[in-house]
Design a protein around this ligand. Structure first.
Ligand code: ZN
Length: 283
């Protein structure tokens, strides 16, 4: 079953747990089952007292292509899982079910992972698109390989940014605007210059470099790691991160509701098609 599970979990020596995205055939596209499985493994690592550092990496040519827009019954699939939030209403008509679903599996999960007291770190390679950013940004440290590239073409699809709207903090206000307005790819060196990733290394060294750093962190007292993480997160939240994200999430759902009224779809199909074609041509 390990080979077919969308998420793999491995305990490494020295207090390191490794979680691996494992839907390579879809470029690690995130459907409901994938995200619940990932959340479960983050919980497992967080609650295991022998684990001090969590490493998140991906199988296949790309880290993640984002949300799986081909999922047939996303709302129906919500009822197959034990929810972690208290929003409910996954079967409601109108905009309510979509709002509830995204509160739970997008904004809700990302916020939970961002606040895991143990330091999760992401090892990123290949392409990372829109929702894929929402898997790496909640991690405390990000190491990427030289081939890594990042894209958010949500504006082209008629919505403003992914549901976990960390863009202004991850790349700065001015660059975040360019990134979203143009939907241009950002390369690994540019991501490093912006402070969005900690290190860029050759692809062949991504794992050894990432795991060696995880082992160095795991030698520190776990409680002190938890406390300093909380302190740094508190500094970021004191800048208004939580309130700003609530606002952007609400605006994101205004756009979903608008697109349903105007196009009968959550996203603007005229913007979606060129973006997908562009991606397929480049991958
Ligand atoms: Zn959405």
């Amino acid at each position: 079953a390990m080979t077919t599970s969308p998420i793999l979990y491995e305990s490494l020596p020295g207090g390191v747990a490794r979680i691996v995205l494992n839907r390579p055939d879809t470029r690690n596209a995130q459907d409901t089952a994938f995200l619940y499985a990932l959340n479960e493994e983050f919980d497992r690592a967080a609650l295991d007292d022998t684990v001090k550092v969590i490493v998140l990496s991906a199988n296949g040519p790309h880290f993640s292509s984002g949300h799986d827009l081909r999922e047939v019954d996303g709302h129906g699939n919500m009822t197959k899982h034990e929810t972690v939030g208290t929003w409910g209403g996954f079967g409601k008509p109108g905009a309510e079910a979509q709002y509830a679903r995204e509160q739970e599996i997008y904004l809700g999960f990302c916020e939970r992972w961002r606040n895991i007291p143990k330091p999760p770190r992401a090892l990123v390679h290949g392409k990372v698109m829109i929702g894929g950013l929402m898997l790496m940004w909640p991690c405390d440290l990000i190491v990427c390989s030289e081939d890594a590239e990042f894209l958010d073409h949500s504006v082209a699809m008629g919505v403003g940014g992914a549901e976990f709207f960390a863009h202004p903090w991850e790349m700065g206000v001015r660059k975040a605007k360019e990134f979203l307005f143009t939907a241009d790819w950002i390369k690994a060196t540019e991501a490093h210059r912006l402070g969005m990733v900690n290190h860029v290394v050759p692809r062949a060294e991504l794992e050894s470099f990432g795991l060696a750093m995880a082992e160095r962190i795991a030698q520190k007292p776990l409680f002190a790691l938890k406390l300093v993480k909380q302190a740094i997160n508190a500094a970021q939240d004191a800048q208004g991160r939580v309130g700003a994200m609530q606002t952007s999430f609400a605006l994101h759902h205004l756009a979903h509701a608008h697109n349903m009224l105007a196009h009968g779809k959550l996203v603007d199909p005229t913007g979606l098609m060129p973006a997908i074609k562009k991606h397929e041509k480049e991958t």
